[in-house]
Ligand binder design. Structure first.
Ligand SMILES: CC(C)(COP(=O)(O)OP(=O)(O)OC[C@H]1O[C@@H](n2cnc3c(N)ncnc32)[C@H](O)[C@@H]1OP(=O)(O)O)[C@@H](O)C(=O)NCCC(=O)NCCS
Length: 366
């Protein structure tokens, strides 16, 4: 491929990258008014070094890949991840290997520091680099019902940024989450007011359930793409409060149904759904994942694996791991093919140990 054309951005490049991203992902908005508002931490001068770009001969960026480092909490497991978003090449410059080259550079740069890479999409471009589909979540949906919890009052946040620290306290109680600083939380909730939040026809709405004037749950509701289902892209707090928010969203947003996803291990919510006959079914997590650093991943997940199986895994070399003793009968056998994709699938799907991960659906981790 010759000399490398890709480089990491500098603070002065960030504005042009936000505009490039909008030309590709939000073409109906003025460049700069969409993606940088929706992903303010990604397109922040402080994150410039995590943005990758390729320029044309005049020095204008024509292709970019955004990355954002994060720590994920999954029921006590802590995972170091780099998240990938805003993978965009201007139409006239596609098919020249720019996105591939930047992603290869990202894998090399980030492998020492993060055990996994989370990618917002599932294209061939990512699959060729070893990214695979992952996870098992549950998706629930509910139609307007004659149900209310009289102890709870619901309201829409008029000024999400002002409610950020209260929402942050609820978010922190979730067993599956991305570690977020107060500034990251404030940026995220403020981003819901962006005109095309998560490519929806209108901004997201932050709904809050209160009991005796104390917030007990919240949901970030996005109007459905085809006008029908409302999606809760992120939610946290009391599960009965969540059900109240679901009916509130249906009334306020005139939806036919509301959908949200939850963890299979969430017994409280599972019990409530059964009691109210609210349908739900398994679904994969959103996007794709790739293992970056198997040795590091083992440090992070071995305590959990040992809790499940009584065994630990040891790193051999490359993409090969082995059990410390005889392989546990209840776990599918280790992949024979020593590839990034095969080992990633074994760790993060039902073909192997299926390490649980936060719901990536609302892209709230980037
Ligand atoms: C996806 C995208 C970033 C790829 O950028 P790129 O610099 O052309 O990527 P590469 O040259 O490394 O080639 C990889 C992809 O381009 C495709 N490609 C090859 N020649 C092409 C051409 N002349 N025109 C368009 N796509 C071409 C390849 O088939 C491959 O696509 P795949 O992922 O479906 O297998 C670019 O097409 C784009 O901006 N698309 C719209 C935004 C988007 O969908 N982003 C991904 C969100 S998950």
């Amino acid at each position: 491929m010759g000399t490398s054309r890709a480089r990491r951005a500098r603070p002065e490049d960030v504005r042009a990258l936000g505009e490039l991203s909008d030309r590709v992902f939000r073409p109906t908005l003025p460049p700069g008014a969409g993606m940088p508002v929706e992903f303010p931490r990604l397109f922040h001068a402080d994150n410039a070094g995590n943005l990758y770009l390729v320029e044309d001969s005049a020095g204008n960026p024509v292709s970019m890949v955004g990355t954002y480092p994060s720590e994920l909490v999954s029921n006590g497991i802590r995972l170091t991840a780099v998240s990938i978003g805003s993978v965009a090449t201007l139409p006239d410059h596609r098919g020249r290997g720019y996105a591939t080259e930047m992603l290869e550079m990202i894998i090399e740069d980030h492998s020492p520091h993060h055990s996994i890479m989370l990618v917002s999409g599932g294209r061939g471009l990512y699959a060729r680099l070893g990214c695979v589909e992952f996870g098992t979540l549950l998706r629930a949906w509910w139609e307007p019902a004659d149900w209310s919890d009289t102890r709870v009052t619901c309201r829409e946040s008029a000024y999400p940024r002002g409610d950020a620290s209260m929402l942050h306290r609820l978010y922190q109680t979730e067993a599956y989450r991305v570690l977020r600083t107060p500034i990251e939380m404030e940026s995220y909730v403020n981003a819901t007011t962006a005109p095309r939040f998560r490519a929806r026809p209108a901004p997201g709405r932050v709904l809050i359930a209160e009991r005796e004037d104390t917030a007990v749950a919240y949901a970030v509701a996005a109007p459905g793409r085809e006008g029908a289902a409302i999606n809760f892209l992120e939610w946290a707090g009391d599960r009965a409060g969540l059900l109240s928010l679901a009916q509130y969203a249906l009334r306020q947003m005139q939806g036919d149904r509301v959908e949200w996803r939850f963890q299979p291990g969430d017994r409280t919510l599972g019990g409530l759904l059964a009691a109210h006959r609210i349908p739900h079914e398994p679904c994969p997590n959103q996007g794709t994942i790739a293992l970056l650093n198997p040795e590091r991943l083992l440090n992070e997940v071995n305590p959990w694996i040992e809790e499940q199986t009584g065994q630990r895994l040891t790193w051999q070399q490359g993409y090969q791991v082995a059990w410390s003793g005889s392989p546990p009968a209840e776990v599918p056998s280790l992949p024979t093919e020593p590839s990034r994709a095969a080992l990633t699938r074994w760790f993060f799907s039902a073909d192997g140990v299926n390490v649980p991960l936060v719901d990536t659906g609302g892209l709230s981790y980037i």
